[in-house]
Ligand binder design. Structure first.
Ligand SMILES: Nc1ncnc2c1ncn2[C@@H]1O[C@H](COP(=O)(O)OP(=O)(O)OP(=O)(O)O)[C@@H](O)[C@H]1O
Length: 220
């Protein structure tokens, strides 16, 4: 499903502060797999996730998604690929605090053509994540684990086939982290979504099907 060939990313190219964040990355990710991406701080994990999720483009190399080369698409076409295929979850949840749960999950639908049965779809999704009864609650009244469930619902509302999660359990205690991981496992197994999780936590990584190790911008 995903194939990276010779992907490199250089920030501030040819300037004194040039950083080679990724160097000659070759990686194949099968559809419906669940992988952890691990590596020391600054090793290039977020850069890789941003390129995979079409939030950024590589400096060199080929990125094929479902056999289509996407590394040199225009910004507009890249955004369309991103909206159609990817859902994002981040460490600090990135919810709008003064919005209700319902309104937070609705945000990606503003950019989607498929607005049919909006309320029903959101409630069904919240139900599968154990958050239906909190639909009218404001984000600022939720616990960390509940916030991450809402963020996961928001990532899923457009029915993407790939979930990219950057340290999704990093702001949660062990128990909440385990619960959130079990949600990702369920999404992977029951909804057949590909799940890629950046994590520093060995316990989380061990529960994935495979681990991509990055050191100094290279995969080992
Ligand atoms: N926008 C940017 N401009 C310049 N340099 C950047 C930029 N983003 C990241 N970098 C640099 O690229 C390298 C890789 O950063 P990246 O954030 O991908 O690492 P990471 O493994 O995700 O780190 P962490 O675990 O600390 O989040 C680092 O040296 C970082 O300082």
């Amino acid at each position: 499903m995903i194939e990276l060939k010779g992907i490199s990313k250089v920030y501030n190219k040819s300037k004194p502060n040039e950083v080679k964040a990724l160097q000659n990355i070759n990686l194949k990710i099968e559809a419906e797999s669940m992988l952890a991406i691990m590596g020391p701080s600054g090793s290039g994990k977020s850069t890789l996730l941003n390129i995979l999720g079409c939030l950024d483009v590589p400096t060199a190399g080929i990125y094929k998604l479902n056999n289509q080369e996407i590394q040199s698409l225009s910004q507009g076409k890249l955004a369309a690929v991103r909206n159609r295929h990817f859902g994002f979850v981040v460490q600090d949840f990135a919810l709008i605090e003064e919005y209700t749960v319902m309104k937070n999950v609705e945000i990606p639908l503003h950019y989607s053509k498929n607005k049919a049965n909006k309320k029903e779809r959101i409630l069904t999704l919240l139900d599968t994540l154990g958050m239906k009864e909190k639909a009218s609650e404001y984000a600022y009244n939720l616990s960390g684990g509940q916030r991450q469930r809402v963020a996961i619902a928001r990532a899923l509302i457009n029915n993407p086939d790939i979930i990219l999660a950057d340290e999704p359990t990093g702001a949660l205690d062990q128990e909440m982290g385990e619960q959130v991981l079990s949600i990702f496992k369920r999404i992977n197994k029951e909804q057949n979504k590909t799940v890629l999780i950046v994590t520093h936590d060995d316990k989380i990584a061990k529960q994935c099907e495979g681990i991509v190790n990055i050191v100094d911008g290279k995969i080992y």
